[in-house]
Ligand binder design. Structure first.
Ligand SMILES: C[S@@+](CC[C@H](N)C(=O)[O-])C[C@H]1O[C@@H](n2cnc3c(N)ncnc32)[C@H](O)[C@@H]1O
Length: 300
């Protein structure tokens, strides 16, 4: 199976689908969420989907109501305009990596296999994990492990990589694992190794920048009352979603009206939602999922 959709029911409920509406799934993957959206749409409804991994296209559903855009979702508005769409009724984002990507040995995403240090979701881009590991300054490797992996011994990690790469280039996930696992806490080896890989993956795919660019564009694309549904898998992603819904931006002062009320483009709908115990038992990859829903409001 390409990917088992996470928080499927809650996310579709969050979109509050109107049968004739226009919806966007910016992370198509195996099409699990898209399939469910299509079930709720009439013949007049439309679904636009994005995925920048070519493998996702091979899984494309054959449905006249769906348009596939093989691009990064950071170009959301550009591609909607190109498809003559002014506004949409709902946008769904299910961030991160699909099971298909994790389970493909040759993609380098998983700590379970020995594969090339690649980790590119979009194979047409140049930068790979091997480039980062072998060419980044030690100082930049340190920052990356600290900021994106939230690893305690980031400095030591960067240094040990520096020592090894001066002897021979580090080209496989197996070699990287052997190098770093000696200095990771043995008790939490799997968890911390996953954090090292996560940090690299975020940097290779510039994941947080893409999420920020995407979120900034959502109020422009959504029609009033339109819904934004985001599923995140780690705190760095969820923090961005939470902050954007709360403040309409990621940094700086929030705009206020004459009376001191925040001028916000989105309004939170309900609270944070997480998978049930049953879903986690049936799909272990759902365990860290966090879902947030917001609605487009009109700012005067
Ligand atoms: C967790 S999977 C989505 C799974 C999907 N909801 C399903 O049920 O099958 C995330 C997908 O989003 C894609 N993706 C991640 N970041 C992206 C980005 N910035 N632009 C476009 N696609 C992206 C990945 O290639 C992957 O296929």
């Amino acid at each position: 199976m390409y990917h088992k959709p996470v928080l499927l029911e809650m996310s579709i409920e969050g979109l509050a689908i109107k049968s004739d509406g226009i919806y966007v799934d910016v992370t198509y993957g195996g099409g699990g969420h898209s399939r469910e959206i299509l079930k709720k749409l009439s013949n007049k409804g439309k679904l636009i989907v994005f995925d920048h991994d070519f493998d996702a296209i091979s899984n494309k559903l054959n449905d006249d109501r769906m348009t596939f855009i093989s691009s990064n979702f950071k170009y959301l508005n550009r591609f909607l305009r190109l498809n003559n769409i002014d506004s949409v009724d709902g946008i769904l984002a299910d961030f991160g990596v699909s099971s298909h990507q994790f389970d493909s040995k040759d993609r380098g995403f998983s700590t379970r296999f020995d594969g090339p240090l690649d980790m590119r979701m979009d194979k047409s881009q140049d930068l790979s994990a091997a480039d980062i590991i072998n060419n980044y300054l030690i100082e930049d490797l340190f920052k990356l492990f600290k900021n994106y992996g939230e690893l305690r011994n980031s400095k030591q990690l960067a240094e040990v990589i520096g020592v090894h790469r001066s002897i021979a280039p580090i080209l496989s996930t197996g070699t990287l694992k052997n190098i770093v696992q000696k200095i990771l806490p043995q008790k939490y080896l799997n968890k911390t190794l996953a954090q090292v890989f996560q940090a690299l993956r975020i940097e290779v795919n510039k994941e947080l920048d893409a999420i920020k660019d995407f979120l900034r564009q959502t109020p422009i694309s959504l029609s009033p009352g339109g819904r934004l549904v985001c599923i995140s898998y780690h705190s760095l992603e969820d923090r961005l979603v939470k902050r954007f819904i709360r403040d309409g931006k990621f940094e700086g002062e929030v705009k206020k009206d004459f009376y001191g009320n925040k001028k916000l483009p989105l309004k939170k709908v309900g609270g944070l939602q997480t998978p049930s115990e049953e879903e986690i038992i049936n799909n272990i990859r759902s365990r860290s999922a966090k879902l947030r829903v917001a609605e487009r409001v009109i700012i005067n």
